[in-house]
Design a binder for this molecule. Structure first.
Ligand SMILES: [Mg+2]
Length: 217
């Protein structure tokens, strides 16, 4: 191996943890008790709207507005008609989400192992360039990562084989000498292998850790 490529959300970056914490604070600010059912509904809506962004049906801001149009009625709140008002409401959530941004404790040690192996280090993430780079910087990992490739910047998203090939090109390595690690079995493992990379699945629920997967060759 000459390089390792990590997924970002729920791999290096604890998206679900940050989103749950942020959502609880924001919903409370709105005067509503955040229940597990409300939180589960938020994630169903988030996935639906984010997939529409990845499919090119919505802009990144558009999927945020779509999330609120679907979620505010769940809270029993009125939906503003004007986009600017919706954006202002979303800022309330975004502020709380951003306040909770954090890396998994094993992220930095895993990147350090990769560096000590002499590997190039990349990130391949489906998301917006501005937000994903802001996350990498905020969680203090930017100094250990050579390349961050977002679906927005690449113009293709996982599982398109081109996405994996482009991150390898950006790192100056061949797919056959690159390891991909991520939490999503389909996007980070099966599709990565189909594009010619090696891949390990980060199944945290089953006890897998990033340091273990980077070390296991
Ligand atoms: Mg992920």
């Amino acid at each position: 191996m000459k390089a390792v490529v990590f997924d970002l959300d729920n791999t290096l970056f604890d998206h679900t943890g940050c989103a749950v914490a942020g959502l609880r604070s924001w919903v409370t600010e709105l005067g509503i008790t955040p229940t597990d059912e409300l939180i589960a509904e938020w994630f169903v809506i988030e996935e639906d709207q984010f997939n529409r962004f990845l499919a090119g049906e919505l802009t990144h801001q558009g999927q945020r507005r779509g999330r609120l149009r679907a979620f505010l009625p769940v809270l029993g709140l009125p939906v503003p008609v004007a986009d600017a008002e919706l954006d202002e409401v979303f800022t309330g959530y975004l502020t709380q989400y951003t306040n909770n941004w954090i890396a998994y404790p094993d992220a930095r040690p895993a990147l350090e192992v990769a560096r000590s192996n002499g590997w190039r280090v990349g990130v391949l993430t489906n998301g917006s360039t501005r937000q994903q780079n802001a996350k990498v910087a905020a969680i203090g990992l930017a100094d250990l990562i050579d390349v961050v490739c977002t679906s927005e910047a690449l113009g293709v998203s996982k599982p398109d084989p081109l996405a994996y090939q482009r991150v390898c090109e950006a790192l100056g390595v061949e797919p056959g000498e690159t390891l991909m690690i991520g939490d999503n079995l389909e996007l980070d493992v099966i599709a990565a292998r189909a594009a010619g990379l090696s891949a390990h699945h980060l199944d945290r629920a089953a006890g897998a850790t990033l340091t273990q997967l980077v070390g296991r060759q």
